[in-house]
Design a binder for this molecule. Structure first.
Ligand code: ATP
Ligand code: ATP
Ligand code: MG
Ligand code: MG
Ligand code: MG
Ligand code: MG
Length: 238
């Protein structure tokens, strides 16, 4: 194979080395999971089995790459893996990192599916697949803000989705009516609607739904207030 006259085609490959000494985030996200979740009849707004499956896959990715990892955070159909700023994994090649992380995650998702959905076999016409990207962040403050951004997103989405689905499931509203009722409301309005109209105290919702899932490099899965603990999470990784 080496030194054939065809070898020159290799020159067309471009490399994509990520900036040195910057925090790398690999974020994966399920492709069309809105449809996927309907097809497999996920509970709305939160299917506990599906979230636990995501966590189990992410945990295996974290443990596989634990020496390069700071922490991982997941919600819904996405996971972010935050790598140390001095990692030299795959010579910091973006394509290597994103493709290997996402294919390891996806193969775990398929392999572990029967453990979390024992009564629902995967249909070969509707298999799960995920996109992936690498983003670099230049300093500790911005990487903390990145994680805080995903955490706040979890809260905002979950509060909205919980109110939306409870108005439908408990109060019998149509999707349109529920959407209209929630339009322009702030967080405390939504909590108030949930309490007075649906009899639900948002504070009592499961921690995994409200806070997302954080995985330490040792593989512990936590559901904590990321913003309150943001500084502790990065001790030793500055
Ligand atoms: P894209 O391919 O652009 O990512 P998408 O349909 O996957 O499109 P997202 O914005 O990623 O859209 O949202 C994921 C959707 O998957 C959620 O809106 C929700 O409908 C569904 N979903 C993901 N996880 C769960 C879960 N654990 N329980 C219930 N629904 C879920
Ligand atoms: P890298 O992670 O850098 O790709 P690699 O071990 O996968 O490392 P490759 O250059 O991709 O190295 O080569 C793939 C290797 O996998 C082959 O050298 C061979 O040893 C093995 N292999 C792949 N397919 C087969 C096959 N069908 N039968 C036997 N061996 C195989
Ligand atoms: Mg997407
Ligand atoms: Mg998605
Ligand atoms: Mg998503
Ligand atoms: Mg190979």
């Amino acid at each position: 194979m080496a030194n054939s006259r065809f070898e020159y085609v290799k020159q067309f490959e471009t490399h994509d080395t990520l900036l040195p000494q910057t925090y790398i985030v690999v974020r994966i996200d399920g492709k069309k999971f809105h449809e996927f979740s309907k097809f497999y009849d996920f509970a709305k707004p939160n299917d506990e089995r599906a979230l636990k499956l995501m966590n189990a896959c992410a945990k295996n990715v974290v443990l596989h790459y634990k020496t390069d990892m700071i922490v991982a955070f997941g919600e819904s159909d996405e996971y972010s893996f935050i790598l140390k700023k001095d990692t030299t994994l795959y010579r910091r090649r973006s394509e290597k990192l994103s493709t290997l992380f996402v294919s390891l995650f996806t193969s775990n998702y398929v392999a572990l599916w029967p453990k979390f959905f024992p009564d629902t076999p995967l249909n070969h016409k509707y298999l799960p697949f995920f996109d992936s990207r690498c983003v670099v962040y230049p300093n500790i403050q911005i990487i903390k803000d990145y994680l805080s951004w995903r955490f706040v997103d979890t809260h905002i989405n979950n509060l909205y989705n919980t109110a939306f689905w409870q108005l439908i499931q408990i109060c019998g509203l149509t999707a349109q009516e529920a959407e209209k009722k929630l339009m322009g409301t702030f967080s405390n309005d939504k909590q108030e609607i949930l309490f007075t109209e649906c009899g639900i105290n948002y504070n009592n919702e499961p921690e995994m739904y409200k806070k997302g899932s954080l995985i330490t490099r040792k593989g512990e899965i936590l559901h904590i207030d990321v913003i309150k603990q943001i500084n502790e999470l990065f001790v030793g990784f500055e």
